[in-house]
Design a protein around this ligand. Structure first.
Ligand code: NAD
Length: 276
Protein backbone atom coordinates (compact mmCIF):
# COMPACT_ATOMS: atom_id res chain seq x y z
CA UNK A 1 0.00 0.00 0.00
CA UNK A 2 1.21 3.50 -0.80
CA UNK A 3 1.29 4.92 2.71
CA UNK A 4 3.44 8.05 2.75
CA UNK A 5 3.89 11.24 0.75
CA UNK A 6 7.52 10.11 0.42
CA UNK A 7 6.58 6.90 -1.40
CA UNK A 8 7.80 6.67 -4.98
CA UNK A 9 7.24 4.57 -8.05
CA UNK A 10 10.33 3.11 -9.71
CA UNK A 11 10.45 4.21 -13.34
CA UNK A 12 11.63 1.81 -16.07
CA UNK A 13 15.16 3.29 -15.93
CA UNK A 14 15.45 2.93 -12.15
CA UNK A 15 14.64 6.56 -11.27
CA UNK A 16 12.32 7.15 -8.32
CA UNK A 17 9.30 9.40 -8.88
CA UNK A 18 6.93 10.44 -6.08
CA UNK A 19 3.37 9.09 -6.41
CA UNK A 20 2.04 12.52 -5.48
CA UNK A 21 3.18 15.73 -7.15
CA UNK A 22 2.06 19.32 -7.42
CA UNK A 23 0.73 20.66 -10.75
CA UNK A 24 1.14 24.34 -11.62
CA UNK A 25 -0.94 24.78 -14.78
CA UNK A 26 -2.78 28.14 -14.79
CA UNK A 27 -0.77 29.47 -11.86
CA UNK A 28 0.78 32.84 -12.71
CA UNK A 29 4.54 33.22 -12.89
CA UNK A 30 6.02 35.35 -10.11
CA UNK A 31 4.66 35.61 -6.57
CA UNK A 32 1.61 33.40 -7.17
CA UNK A 33 3.51 30.30 -8.31
CA UNK A 34 6.37 30.99 -5.86
CA UNK A 35 3.94 31.15 -2.93
CA UNK A 36 2.10 28.00 -4.03
CA UNK A 37 5.31 25.99 -4.39
CA UNK A 38 6.74 27.30 -1.13
CA UNK A 39 3.62 26.07 0.62
CA UNK A 40 3.52 22.77 -1.28
CA UNK A 41 7.14 22.03 -0.29
CA UNK A 42 6.36 22.95 3.33
CA UNK A 43 3.54 20.41 3.53
CA UNK A 44 5.66 17.67 1.96
CA UNK A 45 5.30 17.62 -1.83
CA UNK A 46 8.63 16.80 -3.49
CA UNK A 47 7.51 16.67 -7.12
CA UNK A 48 6.54 19.67 -9.26
CA UNK A 49 4.95 19.49 -12.71
CA UNK A 50 5.36 22.50 -15.00
CA UNK A 51 5.65 23.04 -18.78
CA UNK A 52 7.12 25.60 -21.15
CA UNK A 53 3.62 26.66 -22.21
CA UNK A 54 2.51 27.35 -18.60
CA UNK A 55 4.83 30.35 -18.67
CA UNK A 56 5.87 29.89 -15.04
CA UNK A 57 9.18 28.01 -15.22
CA UNK A 58 11.07 31.05 -13.85
CA UNK A 59 8.92 31.21 -10.72
CA UNK A 60 9.05 27.45 -10.28
CA UNK A 61 12.86 27.50 -10.42
CA UNK A 62 13.09 30.46 -8.06
CA UNK A 63 10.78 28.87 -5.48
CA UNK A 64 12.80 25.64 -5.54
CA UNK A 65 16.13 27.49 -5.21
CA UNK A 66 14.86 29.65 -2.37
CA UNK A 67 13.50 26.69 -0.41
CA UNK A 68 15.72 24.91 2.10
CA UNK A 69 15.24 21.64 0.25
CA UNK A 70 18.13 20.25 -1.78
CA UNK A 71 17.61 20.22 -5.54
CA UNK A 72 18.31 16.48 -5.62
CA UNK A 73 15.42 15.90 -3.21
CA UNK A 74 12.95 17.46 -5.64
CA UNK A 75 11.53 15.76 -8.74
CA UNK A 76 11.06 18.42 -11.41
CA UNK A 77 9.11 17.87 -14.63
CA UNK A 78 8.78 20.15 -17.64
CA UNK A 79 7.59 19.63 -21.21
CA UNK A 80 8.44 20.59 -24.77
CA UNK A 81 5.68 22.64 -26.40
CA UNK A 82 4.03 21.89 -29.75
CA UNK A 83 5.41 24.91 -31.67
CA UNK A 84 8.93 23.91 -30.68
CA UNK A 85 8.29 20.43 -32.05
CA UNK A 86 6.94 21.89 -35.29
CA UNK A 87 9.92 24.25 -35.56
CA UNK A 88 12.32 21.32 -34.98
CA UNK A 89 13.78 23.16 -32.02
CA UNK A 90 13.26 20.63 -29.21
CA UNK A 91 16.93 20.77 -28.25
CA UNK A 92 16.91 24.59 -28.07
CA UNK A 93 13.60 24.56 -26.19
CA UNK A 94 15.10 22.20 -23.61
CA UNK A 95 18.10 24.50 -23.11
CA UNK A 96 15.73 27.46 -22.69
CA UNK A 97 13.68 25.61 -20.09
CA UNK A 98 16.82 24.80 -18.09
CA UNK A 99 17.80 28.49 -18.25
CA UNK A 100 14.40 29.70 -17.06
CA UNK A 101 14.34 27.08 -14.31
CA UNK A 102 17.96 27.95 -13.49
CA UNK A 103 18.77 24.32 -12.94
CA UNK A 104 21.40 21.96 -14.34
CA UNK A 105 18.90 19.21 -15.10
CA UNK A 106 15.27 18.17 -14.97
CA UNK A 107 14.11 14.88 -13.55
CA UNK A 108 11.57 14.30 -16.29
CA UNK A 109 11.22 15.89 -19.73
CA UNK A 110 7.98 15.15 -21.60
CA UNK A 111 6.64 15.61 -25.13
CA UNK A 112 3.57 17.67 -24.21
CA UNK A 113 1.31 16.54 -27.10
CA UNK A 114 1.69 14.05 -29.97
CA UNK A 115 1.97 16.63 -32.77
CA UNK A 116 1.16 14.84 -36.02
CA UNK A 117 4.15 14.34 -38.28
CA UNK A 118 6.55 15.54 -35.56
CA UNK A 119 6.51 13.40 -32.43
CA UNK A 120 8.66 10.56 -33.75
CA UNK A 121 11.45 12.95 -34.66
CA UNK A 122 10.98 14.82 -31.37
CA UNK A 123 11.45 11.50 -29.56
CA UNK A 124 14.81 10.96 -31.27
CA UNK A 125 15.96 14.33 -29.91
CA UNK A 126 14.56 13.46 -26.46
CA UNK A 127 16.68 10.29 -26.52
CA UNK A 128 19.79 12.40 -27.18
CA UNK A 129 18.86 14.80 -24.37
CA UNK A 130 18.49 11.80 -22.04
CA UNK A 131 21.81 10.35 -23.13
CA UNK A 132 23.41 13.72 -22.35
CA UNK A 133 22.31 13.28 -18.72
CA UNK A 134 20.43 16.54 -18.24
CA UNK A 135 17.03 14.85 -18.18
CA UNK A 136 17.08 11.95 -15.72
CA UNK A 137 14.08 10.44 -17.48
CA UNK A 138 12.09 11.18 -20.63
CA UNK A 139 8.49 10.50 -21.42
CA UNK A 140 5.40 11.59 -23.26
CA UNK A 141 2.04 13.17 -22.53
CA UNK A 142 -1.36 12.77 -24.14
CA UNK A 143 -0.21 9.71 -26.08
CA UNK A 144 -2.83 7.13 -27.02
CA UNK A 145 -1.91 3.50 -27.75
CA UNK A 146 -1.32 4.15 -31.47
CA UNK A 147 1.02 7.09 -30.70
CA UNK A 148 2.98 4.92 -28.26
CA UNK A 149 3.20 2.13 -30.83
CA UNK A 150 4.70 4.61 -33.32
CA UNK A 151 7.38 5.56 -30.79
CA UNK A 152 8.12 2.02 -29.67
CA UNK A 153 8.48 0.75 -33.23
CA UNK A 154 11.77 2.46 -33.98
CA UNK A 155 13.18 3.91 -30.79
CA UNK A 156 15.93 2.82 -28.45
CA UNK A 157 14.34 4.11 -25.26
CA UNK A 158 10.89 3.22 -23.97
CA UNK A 159 9.19 6.35 -22.52
CA UNK A 160 9.33 6.25 -18.72
CA UNK A 161 6.03 8.09 -18.25
CA UNK A 162 2.82 8.83 -20.14
CA UNK A 163 1.00 11.78 -18.53
CA UNK A 164 -2.66 11.74 -19.60
CA UNK A 165 -6.03 13.08 -18.52
CA UNK A 166 -7.26 10.57 -15.96
CA UNK A 167 -10.18 10.68 -13.51
CA UNK A 168 -13.22 8.51 -12.77
CA UNK A 169 -15.05 9.83 -15.85
CA UNK A 170 -12.07 8.98 -18.11
CA UNK A 171 -10.35 5.74 -17.14
CA UNK A 172 -9.03 4.46 -20.53
CA UNK A 173 -8.47 0.90 -19.24
CA UNK A 174 -6.84 -0.31 -22.49
CA UNK A 175 -4.29 2.50 -22.35
CA UNK A 176 -3.53 1.69 -18.68
CA UNK A 177 -2.95 -1.98 -19.47
CA UNK A 178 -0.83 -1.17 -22.53
CA UNK A 179 1.39 1.12 -20.43
CA UNK A 180 1.61 -1.30 -17.49
CA UNK A 181 2.70 -4.12 -19.80
CA UNK A 182 5.54 -1.98 -21.16
CA UNK A 183 6.56 -0.47 -17.81
CA UNK A 184 5.45 3.01 -18.86
CA UNK A 185 4.28 4.79 -15.70
CA UNK A 186 0.88 6.45 -16.17
CA UNK A 187 0.53 9.89 -14.60
CA UNK A 188 -2.85 11.64 -14.18
CA UNK A 189 -3.41 15.20 -15.29
CA UNK A 190 -6.61 16.97 -14.20
CA UNK A 191 -7.12 14.19 -11.63
CA UNK A 192 -9.92 16.29 -10.10
CA UNK A 193 -11.47 17.14 -13.50
CA UNK A 194 -10.30 20.71 -12.85
CA UNK A 195 -12.40 20.72 -9.68
CA UNK A 196 -15.63 19.36 -11.21
CA UNK A 197 -15.33 15.90 -9.66
CA UNK A 198 -15.88 17.15 -6.08
CA UNK A 199 -19.57 17.84 -6.70
CA UNK A 200 -20.27 14.36 -8.04
CA UNK A 201 -22.78 12.63 -5.72
CA UNK A 202 -21.16 9.18 -5.84
CA UNK A 203 -17.86 10.72 -4.78
CA UNK A 204 -19.50 12.80 -2.06
CA UNK A 205 -21.18 9.69 -0.61
CA UNK A 206 -17.85 7.83 -0.48
CA UNK A 207 -16.27 10.89 1.15
CA UNK A 208 -18.87 10.72 3.93
CA UNK A 209 -18.30 7.00 4.43
CA UNK A 210 -14.52 7.35 4.71
CA UNK A 211 -14.58 10.68 6.65
CA UNK A 212 -12.51 12.21 3.87
CA UNK A 213 -13.15 14.94 1.29
CA UNK A 214 -14.24 14.20 -2.29
CA UNK A 215 -10.84 15.34 -3.60
CA UNK A 216 -9.05 12.96 -1.23
CA UNK A 217 -11.25 10.04 -2.34
CA UNK A 218 -10.43 10.63 -6.01
CA UNK A 219 -6.69 11.14 -5.42
CA UNK A 220 -6.59 7.92 -3.37
CA UNK A 221 -8.38 6.15 -6.25
CA UNK A 222 -5.52 7.36 -8.52
CA UNK A 223 -2.91 5.86 -6.22
CA UNK A 224 -4.71 2.54 -5.90
CA UNK A 225 -4.70 2.35 -9.70
CA UNK A 226 -0.92 2.84 -9.43
CA UNK A 227 -1.22 6.11 -11.33
CA UNK A 228 0.99 9.05 -10.30
CA UNK A 229 -1.15 12.09 -9.54
CA UNK A 230 -0.44 15.85 -9.65
CA UNK A 231 -3.40 17.90 -8.37
CA UNK A 232 -3.17 21.67 -8.64
CA UNK A 233 -4.38 24.36 -6.24
CA UNK A 234 -3.32 27.85 -5.20
CA UNK A 235 -5.15 27.63 -1.84
CA UNK A 236 -3.01 26.54 1.09
CA UNK A 237 -5.84 24.59 2.73
CA UNK A 238 -6.45 22.57 -0.45
CA UNK A 239 -2.74 22.10 -1.17
CA UNK A 240 -2.51 20.50 2.28
CA UNK A 241 -5.83 18.63 1.96
CA UNK A 242 -4.60 16.95 -1.22
CA UNK A 243 -1.69 15.39 0.69
CA UNK A 244 -3.92 13.68 3.28
CA UNK A 245 -4.43 10.58 1.18
CA UNK A 246 -1.97 8.15 2.70
CA UNK A 247 -3.83 7.12 5.86
CA UNK A 248 -6.76 5.21 4.38
CA UNK A 249 -7.56 2.69 1.68
CA UNK A 250 -10.58 2.36 -0.59
CA UNK A 251 -12.11 -1.12 -0.63
CA UNK A 252 -12.11 -2.98 -3.93
CA UNK A 253 -15.90 -2.56 -4.04
CA UNK A 254 -15.54 1.22 -3.75
CA UNK A 255 -12.76 1.27 -6.37
CA UNK A 256 -15.27 -0.50 -8.65
CA UNK A 257 -17.94 2.11 -7.82
CA UNK A 258 -15.60 4.89 -9.00
CA UNK A 259 -14.46 2.89 -12.04
CA UNK A 260 -18.12 2.54 -13.04
CA UNK A 261 -18.38 6.34 -13.50
CA UNK A 262 -16.22 6.00 -16.63
CA UNK A 263 -17.92 7.59 -19.64
CA UNK A 264 -14.79 8.32 -21.67
CA UNK A 265 -15.53 11.99 -20.87
CA UNK A 266 -12.73 14.54 -21.24
CA UNK A 267 -12.37 18.00 -19.72
CA UNK A 268 -9.37 18.62 -21.98
CA UNK A 269 -8.70 18.18 -25.70
CA UNK A 270 -8.71 14.83 -27.48
CA UNK A 271 -5.14 13.74 -28.40
CA UNK A 272 -6.42 12.68 -31.84
CA UNK A 273 -8.05 16.00 -32.73
CA UNK A 274 -6.37 18.85 -30.80
CA UNK A 275 -5.71 21.91 -32.96
CA UNK A 276 -2.94 23.85 -31.20
P1 NAD B 1 -6.98 19.44 -11.35
O1 NAD B 1 -7.83 18.30 -11.73
O2 NAD B 1 -5.77 19.23 -10.53
O3 NAD B 1 -7.93 20.50 -10.72
C1 NAD B 1 -7.45 21.69 -10.16
C2 NAD B 1 -8.64 22.50 -9.66
O4 NAD B 1 -9.42 21.70 -8.78
C3 NAD B 1 -8.17 23.71 -8.85
O5 NAD B 1 -7.98 24.83 -9.66
C4 NAD B 1 -9.36 23.89 -7.90
O6 NAD B 1 -10.36 24.62 -8.53
C5 NAD B 1 -9.83 22.47 -7.68
N1 NAD B 1 -9.30 21.84 -6.46
C6 NAD B 1 -8.02 21.49 -6.17
N2 NAD B 1 -7.96 20.90 -4.97
C7 NAD B 1 -9.22 20.86 -4.49
C8 NAD B 1 -9.78 20.37 -3.29
N3 NAD B 1 -9.05 19.77 -2.36
N4 NAD B 1 -11.13 20.51 -3.11
C9 NAD B 1 -11.91 21.09 -4.06
N5 NAD B 1 -11.42 21.55 -5.23
C10 NAD B 1 -10.08 21.44 -5.44
O7 NAD B 1 -6.64 20.19 -12.75
P2 NAD B 1 -5.37 20.63 -13.56
O8 NAD B 1 -4.67 21.76 -12.95
O9 NAD B 1 -5.86 20.78 -14.96
O10 NAD B 1 -4.42 19.33 -13.56
C11 NAD B 1 -3.39 19.13 -12.62
C12 NAD B 1 -2.03 19.32 -13.24
O11 NAD B 1 -1.85 18.45 -14.35
C13 NAD B 1 -1.80 20.70 -13.86
O12 NAD B 1 -1.58 21.70 -12.91
C14 NAD B 1 -0.63 20.42 -14.76
O13 NAD B 1 0.57 20.39 -14.02
C15 NAD B 1 -0.99 19.05 -15.31
N6 NAD B 1 -1.70 19.12 -16.61
C16 NAD B 1 -1.08 18.58 -17.70
C17 NAD B 1 -1.70 18.60 -18.94
C18 NAD B 1 -1.01 17.98 -20.11
O14 NAD B 1 -1.47 18.17 -21.26
N7 NAD B 1 0.05 17.24 -19.91
C19 NAD B 1 -2.96 19.19 -19.10
C20 NAD B 1 -3.57 19.75 -17.98
C21 NAD B 1 -2.94 19.67 -16.74
Amino acid sequence: MISSIKDCTLLNNGLKMPWLGFGVYQINDGPEVERAIRYALEVGYRSIDTATVYGNERGVGKAIRESDILREDIFLTTKVWNDDQRGKRTWAAFEESLKRLETEYVDLYLIHWPVKGCYQETWRVMEKIYQGGRAKAIGVSNFLVHHLEDILRDSQIVPSVNQVEFHPFLVQPELLIFCQNRKIQVEAWSPLMQGKIVTEQVVQKLAENYHKTPAQIVLRWNLQHEVVTIPKSTHSNRIAENTQIFDFELSQADMNVLDALDEGKRVGPDPDSFDF
